[in-house]
Structures are given as C-alpha cells and as structure tokens.
Design a protein around this ligand. Structure first.
Ligand code: HDD
Length: 752
C-alpha cells in the first residue's frame, strides 16, 4: 500500500512537471499527439530533449548548481561551427587544389572533423560492457532510520538516481538476451555524497575472494585464440573453471535457471550481494543485505524466445526499458533490507555473512522495505551518460559502510583503477553524469581532462594561506562519511587462506534447486544439458556432472542422459536443504504495465471489436500493437507491425481478430499434404506467430474469424487459449492469464 501511494505520487508529480499524462502513449492511440517530423528549412536552435529524457540538474566540477537549464548541452546556436566556435560555410567537401586535385593539408576543418571521429571510441568496460540505463527518483519510507543514519532513507526524502543494467560477459555490441548474470548498478545522488549500490540480479557470486576475478572472467570471455563464443557461458573454458573451482557452483545454478534470461530489466530483482555494515544515529551497527524487488514481479524469457530475440532483436532489453519509460509505464522497485545483528562471528543461523556465495533465505530473515525507486527518464545521450557513468563500491554515504568480505575488499580497489583507463584519467567524477549533487570541495587537482578552475593557492591541509579552507568535519560525526567504525580486527597472522565455512560449495546450490517448481527444474536441466552439450572436452563435462551429483542426483542423471554420459555417484554428503519458496518465480499475480499486446487483423474481413480492444488494452496500462499484412492504416486504425516486421518474441499476448489469407509474396507455400490445404488458407506467418506464442506459453485470444487460426494452428481449447464472440470478454480472460506471466501448465516436466 505504502509503495503504491509513493509510486502514484512520483508519477503524478512527474505528470504535473512535464504536462505528460501518466498512462502509456503510443502513436495513433486515442489521446496521444501525432508525431511531427518536418524537414527544416530555416536555421533553428537544437531540438529540446523529449520529456522522458530530462537529465539531472547540471553541476559545476566542484559540485555547485550551475543554474543552467536542465539538459544544457554542448550544442548552442542555430549554426554549424568548428570546435572553437567559428561558423562554417559548408562541411561536405574538403579543400582541394582544384575540383579534381589533391586535398590540402591546410584544411583544418577536415582534419579536426576526422581526428575527432578517429577518437570517438573509448575502451569498453572489461566486464558489463553491454548496458542500458535510465534516470529516476528514490523515495525513502523512513523505515530504515533505526539501522542507518543515511539521510536519503528518511521518510519522504526524494533522491535522484541513475541506474545502469548490463550483461557481464558480452562486448558492447553483443545481444541482450544471452544467458548471463545481469548488472544492476544504482547511483544515488544524495545530499551527503553519492552512494553507488553496484549489484547484480543474482544474490551470490562465483568467487569468494576478489583475487579470483580475472580467473573467472578470463574463463567466461571468448577463447583467446578464435575469440568465440561471444557473450556465452556455453563453452569449455567456462565449465572447465567452474567445475574445478567449485565455489562457483551456486552462482552457476542461478545462471542456468530462468534468472539467467530475464524477460526485461524491469522484471529483475537486484541484490547488493555483499553484507554491508550500517550505523544509526546512536552509533549502533548492524549487518545488512540490500535487495531490489520489482513492482512487476520477477519474470523470464523461455530459452527459445531468448535465442530468437538474439537474432530478431538483439536490443530487446534496451528497447524494452526505453519504450516503457517513453510510454509512461515507469519501472519501479522497492529497496529492501535483511538486517542481522553485528556479532563478532558475523554469521546468521550458521550462514557466514562474509561469504558472497551464500544467501540468507528470506523465510528466516525477511526483506523489509525501506524505499521506492521509480525510473522516469531515458538518457538524453547514450555515450555521455550510459557509457561514461562510473560506479564504485566505495562511494558510500554516512551510515553505510563496508565489511571484510574479501570479494568486496578487492572491488574497493578495482573500480577507480578501471576508470583511469576507460575514462582516460583521474577526473571522471567531473563528467556530468558522475558529478555528485552534494557540494564538492576536495583537494584533488590537475590531471587529464580537468574541468574545474580551482581558486586559491593552498590545495593542502593544514594551510593558513587559504584561511585554513576547506575545513574537515572534525569531531562532527553527523556529517562525516568514512567514520572508520571501530570494528575489531581479529588478532591473527598474515595468511593467504579462507575460513573453514567457505568450504561448503554445494549446500546452497542444492537449496536453490530444491526451491524450484517442476517447470523451473526442467528449464535448469535443459540449460545444463545445452551448455555442457556445447563443450568439446569430455573431461570437462564429466567433472561438471560430478558437481551436479554433489548437488542433486536427479538433476545429475537427467543432464547425464541428455549428454549420453554416465551419471557419477556423489563424492560429498548431500545435506538436507529446506526449500525457500521466495526463490521460485512461479506463483503470484503481477501488474501488466507496459506489456505488448499484438492484435492480428484481416483487412479484407473488417475490424470487428478491434477498436474496443485497443482502447481497453490502453486503459489497462498496456501497449496495443495492430499487426496487419501491410503498413499504414486499416479502416482508419494505424498499423504498428506488419507480418514482415513482427515476431512472437516481441509480444506478450497474441490476439486474433481475423484469419488473413496468405499474401502472394509470403513465404514458400506448404506442400499440398493431407491437412495442409486448410492451413494454406491463412498466412503462414500468422500461423508461425501463434505456434511460437503457444510454445512460449503465452496467453492467446481470438474472436470471430480469428478462432479459425487457432484450429489451424492446432491449439484451440488448450490451456491459456481463449476464444469467443465478444472481443472485450476475450481480452478480459487473457488479462487474467497474463497476471501469472506464463501459462505454466503448458510446459512438460520430468521432475514434477
Ligand atoms: Fe564488478 C563493473 C557488479 C565483482 C571489477 N561490476 C561492474 C558492474 C556491475 C558489477 C553491475 C557494471 C557497472 C556499470 O554499469 O558501469 N561486480 C559486480 C558484483 C560483484 C562484482 C555484483 C560481486 C558481488 N567486480 C567484481 C570484482 C571485481 C570487479 C571481484 C574485481 C576485483 N566490475 C569490476 C570492474 C568494472 C566492474 C573491472 C568494469 C567496469 C567498471 O568496473 O566500471 O572494475
């Protein structure tokens, strides 16, 4: 209830500020303005950004408000200039000695233009290179003040945020829907300094100590000889490493589950992974794990959808996020915390809180909501914002601190270090997207790309020449980050080793497996079988089967059967694991905001019920897409997709308002085999759409002639397939099916 109130307030506030309606707007939808794209005939100022691209208030390099309008950009004036502001007469021809003569070295404009172009690319991130991001706002509930004095958690406090989602392994141009972990990094521009929560959509990590990070990444990245496969874990080096380095098995199990192929960034959980130490006003500390809970629920693609999307729409997740925000279907997450007493052992119910390969099940430590984040604006410029944003685990506000988790400790070093190469020097925090919103008065000076024009003569402390400025907070604990909590360090000798509790590598992988429904277990079996099936080395497959035997014998034998290998016996005792229902994605009902509803029409047979259904879809916060044999309009209704441009992966639901006949230029016709004659009377691309939607367990609805397509596709009367005479009634039934995301009973299972 609290979250809903806050969500409505944020969205309403936004509508007031931008004059935008809070519902989705698609071209051609009742109430939306038709887009106007006119050829310019007169010089004019650069176009203003769209309402969903409002960027944070610009700050100077030292953090104060510039007073410049939001979205102040490097483009000014109506005319083309050089980088020095000199007006240019033309930019299409280089300066030559005669029309057919050689180009002259003195052409400064040519050289400036080409030189700048030559240097447009910067090194991509060594991991998480492929990403998409958005601006938004975080609103505190005030429920966390008992554990942390961080001001952004206070009741009703609004803090601007920028969130970047990413895949880990692929390069910048790789596909979105690969099987991988997803990054979920949030920059909170708090009044007390920036807080970066640099997490993933999986709550555990492959390694327990950051010193192993280059090893796991080298193993997962493409092979160094041929540089294949791109953005995949289905290859020998990955499975070689994780089967030898068995602490990776828990994370790997999550990757092989449906969590490895999310439906949308909007439908992922996020996790801070590590345990943090929080401190309240009274100086009391507690150990805390951060969770992001999506308002739309946690949903995934099917494996076939993911593979199809990699080809048909490699930008699937990036497009989904931007489209949803542009349509006003703002994605939202509740931030939650699991809180544990800060005991010297730093364990909870026997679980080591410093071991990042372990979760604490929500059933024994509930996730308590502390605030709501709503993403409300797309980046204005991908490079300036999404590419140049730089996160760091050590960017912490007062009241949130690190722990001795050895993975976290290594990260504290790595993130600044990588930006030095990637962003070309130490002044990356002066880039607009990285500028804190709190005033900055550091004594850092000079370096590449210095934007600050620092005044004064004494950038050192103590000084008297600048009046002793800037002053430290001294004893004022309220304003000081890095308070250096007096946490006791155990008396010990230097040692390259880990505690005995870190030796348990299989019990939580087993806990995860046991928490899955039969459908989810089936998907996991098939994922392991696919991935190991893509390996060439039998020794690697056998070693991974041995790991699976130590997790669960049924899982192991099913995968072994798929690979045509013997299932080994466990070499470790199989400890009993109590399932954690919170880990399963099956069950529950979720809002349909921003879902895409395809409505297939037959222009030759009229659009009975289509307008009413479009309006009802729109009113429910979803996006109707009319699909027809050709573009333009059908009976005055705009067509958003043609049979040539639509594929099942894009649609959450397929509705059939007609049974369009094949177009003369459609795909090759089927042979006139028995039964094929009837089918050939409907466009084969429509049949394919329905067949795929059925295989992907999506809801399908039909009315009138549309019901004939269901007969021909052989899915009439199957679970989750609705037909009737009344179009809006059919839509109502379909909407109920959508609430549980998939028609789960359509999947075959072997374990359930
Ligand atoms: Fe990392 C980027 C998340 C362990 C070193 N990491 C990066 C990003 C995310 C994570 C989401 C992308 C941020 C963005 O969008 O710009 N990383 C994690 C999580 C980890 C983790 C959840 C374990 C709990 N990372 C980790 C370790 C190391 C790094 C152990 C090194 C010792 N990570 C990096 C990096 C990156 C990075 C090389 C690449 C680009 C960047 O930092 O800015 O420094």
């Amino acid at each position: 209830k609290l979250a809903k109130d806050t969500f409505d307030r944020v969205v309403a506030g936004l509508a007031d500020a931008t004059g935008a309606s809070s519902g989705p707007t698609v071209p051609g939808t009742p109430g939306s303005e038709p887009p106007s794209v006119a050829e310019p005939t007169q010089p004019r100022e650069p176009l203003p950004p769209k309402p969903d691209q409002a960027e944070p208030q610009p700050r100077t390099a030292t953090g104060t408000d510039t007073g410049a309008p939001r979205n102040a950009r490097a483009q000014q004036g109506a005319h083309l200039t050089t980088s020095q502001g000199a007006r240019l007469r033309e930019t299409d021809h280089s300066l030559k000695a005669g029309e057919r003569g050689p180009t002259l070295l003195q052409d400064h404009h040519l050289r400036e233009k080409i030189t700048h172009f030559d240097h447009e690319r910067i090194p991509e991130r060594v991991v998480h290179a492929r990403g998409a991001a958005a601006h938004g706002v975080f609103v505190g509930y005030g429920t966390a003040t008992s554990i942390s004095r961080a001001g952004f958690l206070a009741d009703g406090k609004e803090t601007p945020v920028f969130v970047r989602f990413s895949t880990v392994l692929g390069s910048r141009g790789s596909a979105d829907t690969v099987r991988d972990t997803r990054g979920f990094a949030t920059k909170f521009y708090t009044d007390e300094g920036t807080f970066d929560l640099v997490g993933n959509n999986i709550p555990v990590f492959f390694i327990q100590d950051g010193i192993k990070f280059p090893d796991i990444i080298h193993a997962g990245k493409p092979h160094p000889d041929r540089e294949i496969p791109q953005a995949q874990s289905a290859h020998d080096t990955f499975w070689d490493f994780v089967s030898l380095h068995t602490e990776a098995q828990h994370h790997t199990m999550w990757n092989m589950s449906d969590r490895g192929i999310p439906r949308s960034y909007r439908m992922m959980e996020g996790f801070g992974v590590h345990t943090f130490r929080c401190e309240n006003e009274a100086g009391e500390t507690s150990l805390v794990k951060f969770h992001w809970k999506p308002r739309l629920g946690v949903h995934s693609l099917t494996w076939e959808e993911a593979q199809l999307a990699n080809g048909f729409d490699p930008d699937f997740h990036r497009r989904d996020l931007a489209d949803a925000i542009e349509a006003g279907a703002y994605p939202a997450w509740e931030l939650g915390v699991q809180v544990f007493p800060d005991t010297p052992e730093q364990t909870y119910e026997g679980i080591d809180l410093l071991d990042p390969t372990k979760i604490v099940p929500e059933e024994i430590a509930p996730v308590q909501p502390v605030g709501l984040m709503v993403l409300t604006a797309n980046p204005t410029n991908y490079f300036a914002e999404t590419e140049q944003v730089a996160f760091h685990v050590g960017h912490l506000p007062p009241g949130i601190d690190v722990t001795d988790d050895p993975l976290m400790q290594a990260r504290l070093f790595s993130y600044v270090d990588t930006q030095l190469t990637r962003l070309g020097g130490p002044n990356f925090s002066q880039l607009p997207i990285n500028r804190p919103h709190a005033p900055v008065n550091d004594m850092l000076r000079d370096g590449f790309h210095q934007h600050g024009v620092h005044a004064g003569v004494a950038p050192y402390s103590p000084n008297s020449l600048d009046g002793g400025c800037p002053f430290t907070a001294g004893g004022d604990a309220d304003v000081s980050a890095f308070k250096d909590l007096p946490v006791r360090v155990p008396e010990a000798s230097k040692v390259r080793d880990a505690p005995a509790s870190y030796d348990d590598h299989f019990s939580q992988a087993r806990l995860f497996w046991r928490s899955m429904s039969a459908v989810e277990q089936e998907h996991i079996i098939r994922a392991y079988t696919f991935e190991l099936g893509k390996c060439y080395e039998e020794a690697v497959k056998q070693r991974q089967l041995q790991c699976l035997a130590n997790i669960d014998p049924v899982l192991c034998s099913e995968v072994a059967t798929g690979l045509g290998l013997e299932a080994p016996e466990p070499t470790e005792e199989l400890v009993e694991a109590t399932p954690s229902p919170a880990l399963s994605q099956v069950g529950g009902e979720w809002p349909p905001d921003g879902r895409l509803v395809g409505i297939v029409v037959d222009p030759d047979a009229g659009l009975d019920g289509v307008e009413a259904v479009r309006q009802a879809v729109f009113d429910a916060g979803m996006v109707p897409l009319v699909v027809a044999p050709h573009g333009g309009e059908v009976d005055g209704v705009p067509v958003q997709r043609t049979f040539a441009t639509v594929r099942s992966i894009e649609l959450d639901v397929v509705l059939l308002a007609g049974a369009p006949a094949p177009a003369p230029d459609a795909l090759p016709q089927r042979d006139a085999k028995a039964g094929a004659e009837d089918a050939s009377r409907v466009d084969p691309r429509v049949l394919l759409l329905v067949e795929e939607a059925f295989r992907h367990a999506k809801a399908i609805g039909a009315w009138g002639e549309g019901s004939r397509v269901l007969e021909l596709a052989g899915c009439s009367g199957a679970p989750g397939v609705v037909s009737g005479d009344d179009a809006t009634q059919v839509l109502g039934d379909v909407q109920q099916l959508m609430a549980s995301h998939r028609v789960w009973e359509r999947f075959a299972t072997t374990t359930g």
